[in-house]
Write a protein that binds this ligand. Structure first.
Ligand SMILES: [Zn+2]
Length: 235
């Protein structure tokens, strides 16, 4: 299962300060688990650095507290797991939050801005899932900055276009060169043999109710959470 929050849940970043650190995020994970009759003991998150590093999460031990516990796994931009009880989290405000799923129960969460996309984070996450036995992999994209709002320098556009094709080249509303991140994600999935499925089609910059770094310099972040609804641990 995957769910994308909007700004109505507040800033979901665990800040590393104070007793309330990460509480809104674990509350959300607990609610989603309950609503889907799933077990979520751990919410795994990473410090995102716009690279292609993938963390694999194997966590069999149950948490002792009443709700889920936070599990910080260092720096990375993608998480994969096959464990029930673990929710994978990435935090965004314009970058693409991509949920990955497979029939084999291996799942993933990817944070992809243009640098991460160009560094191959989508392909790296899909590869890691295949290493764990996933065959048919499906990706769903959540709220991110859309092409009409994402003005881009011609030089950077060429850099991304060289790897992912001319489909990433778009225009803003004002007809300036723009990056189509969604097209880039779709191309990255296709070249890894995965396919795109519908997610949440909303622009964080001009849509209502999202944090946007680029449009408003928002500091807050919305979350993507991906977890297994299976009650038995597959790995
Ligand atoms: Zn927009």
């Amino acid at each position: 299962m995957a769910a994308w929050s909007d700004a109505s849940r507040g800033d979901l970043r665990p800040t590393g300060h104070g007793p309330a650190d990460g509480v809104p995020l674990v509350l959300l994970a607990g609610e989603l688990a309950e609503a889907t009759h799933s077990r979520v003991d751990k919410v795994a998150w990473v410090t995102q650095v716009h690279g292609s590093q993938v963390h694999a999460v194997q966590s069999e031990e149950k948490a002792f507290g009443l709700g889920p516990e936070l599990l910080h796994l260092g720096e990375a931009d993608a998480l994969v797991s096959a464990s029930s009880g673990v929710a994978l989290c990435v935090l965004t405000a314009d970058c693409a939050p991509l949920a990955l799923a497979s029939a084999e129960g291996v799942f993933g969460a990817v944070h992809a801005g243009w640098r991460g996309l160009h560094a191959g984070v989508v392909e790296a996450a899909v590869d890691r899932m295949r290493g764990w036995g996933a065959t048919e992999i499906v990706g769903s994209l959540g709220p991110c900055i859309h092409v009409e709002c994402y003005e881009f320098s011609q030089q950077d556009l060429d850099t991304v276009g060289e790897v992912y094709g001319d489909g990433v080249r778009g225009r803003t509303r004002a007809s300036r060169p723009a990056l189509d991140v969604s097209a880039g994600i779709a191309a990255a999935l296709e070249r890894s043999g995965a396919r795109m499925a519908p997610g949440v089609d909303a622009c964080t910059a001009c849509g209502d109710g999202y944090f946007s770094h680029r449009a408003r310099r928002d500091l807050g972040r919305q979350a993507l959470l991906v977890w297994s609804t299976s009650q038995t641990t597959k790995q």
